[in-house]
Design a protein around this ligand. Structure first.
Ligand SMILES: [Zn+2]
Length: 339
């Protein structure tokens, strides 16, 4: 019988995980109880809600669930708990490096403003990292539904805290709204301040949204990016420039971007030489964490262990982890294959 390697032991970097979306379902229930928040049934049912974000109503419903969960994070202790548990879950899944994505604007009102919110989040990341041994950094994400001036303010704040653990700048929410170009100044501020540009694109909108991220925002990573699979020339471009797509297979299926796990174009991207970093996106809402994404590649796309190891290497190389951390993770990946 052939030996089946355990994917939770494969060292990897986790580059696409949203703050509230990383919460354990049991923690959400406890916090809702603590604050007397009545959660929508979809969040208490004990299984991932059925969502279809490919139409605007479905996306709106997804955002409403997300907002309900976020409304249960009110005190610094809640933030510390969320981050520590996210780190613990990641370690359990073989992650050796986590870049967690957050828009502090959403938490600022309850935490005393933007600066305190950022400081609380960064302190929580420091402690979680120390307690679990997991290397952790933060990607600050602007919201496309808000004014581009807000994004600029956020970019300046992110740059200012660059040496405290912020490594990237993102752009999230409905890709079908507004233009990436509206956020070009914010991204210029972030890039000039030494942050990597990692906007969402090519999830709800097609290849053009990925091109916009490259042309207008000079992205060095793309959140999702899977819809690039519809355009061979774009795939070639991503491959030539080694732009990593943070691909989240379970999320794509949960949100209806693809019907079934086997429809997510993992093979197309992999064979085209586009680097990928598999991510869980919002485990709270989609019901699966990091290792499960690699499991999808193995089970539904017949990735061999050599190929899974290569996926893990791609995630590490695309991370903002210091060289010595990357070297250690890459050695661990080799060991996973040969050990
Ligand atoms: Zn995302």
């Amino acid at each position: 019988m052939e030996h089946v390697r355990d994917l939770t032991l494969l060292p990897k970097a986790h580059l696409h995980l949203h703050f509230t979306g990383s919460m354990r379902p049991s923690t959400l229930l406890e916090l809702a109880d603590k604050y007397g928040v009545r959660l929508p049934d979809a969040l208490t049912a004990g299984e991932p809600p059925k969502l279809r974000a490919t139409d605007e109503r479905g996306w709106f419903r997804f955002q409403r669930l997300y907002d309900a969960a976020r409304s249960c994070l009110r005190e610094p202790d809640d933030i510390r708990r969320l981050v520590r548990e996210a780190a613990e879950e990641d370690v359990r899944d073989g992650s050796g490096w986590l870049e967690i994505q957050v828009d502090p604007t959403s938490y600022a009102p309850l935490l005393g403003g933007m600066i305190p919110a950022v400081e609380i989040i960064l302190d929580a990341v420091d402690s979680a990292s120390r307690e679990t041994g997991l290397g952790m950094r933060v990607v600050i994400a602007a919201n496309r539904m808000k004014h581009p001036l807000d994004a600029r303010t956020l970019a300046r704040l992110a740059v200012r805290y660059g040496d405290r653990g912020i490594v990237g700048f993102g752009l999230s929410n409905d890709e079908r709204r507004g233009m990436a170009r509206d956020f070009d100044r914010a991204f210029a501020i972030a890039r000039e301040g030494g942050l990597l540009a990692a906007p969402h694109g090519g999830e709800l909108a097609g290849p053009a949204s990925v091109r916009d991220c490259l042309d207008d925002l000079h992205a060095s990573r793309i959140g999702h990016g899977v819809r690039a699979a519809e355009d061979p020339r774009l795939l070639q471009r991503l491959s030539d420039r080694q732009i990593t797509c943070e691909v989240c297979p379970a999320s794509n299926v949960a949100l209806g971007v693809y019907e079934r796990p086997e429809d997510v174009p993992l093979r197309t991207l992999f064979d085209a030489g586009v680097p990928m970093a598999l991510g869980a996106d919002d485990p709270l809402l989609f019901g699966s964490r990091l290792a499960a994404q690699y499991e999808i590649a193995r089970r539904h796309h017949a990735f061999t262990d050599q190929e899974l190891a290569e996926l893990a290497r791609q995630s590490v190389r695309a991370s903002a982890a210091p060289e010595e951390v990357q070297a250690k993770l890459l050695a661990g990946i080799d060991h996973w294959l040969t050990g």
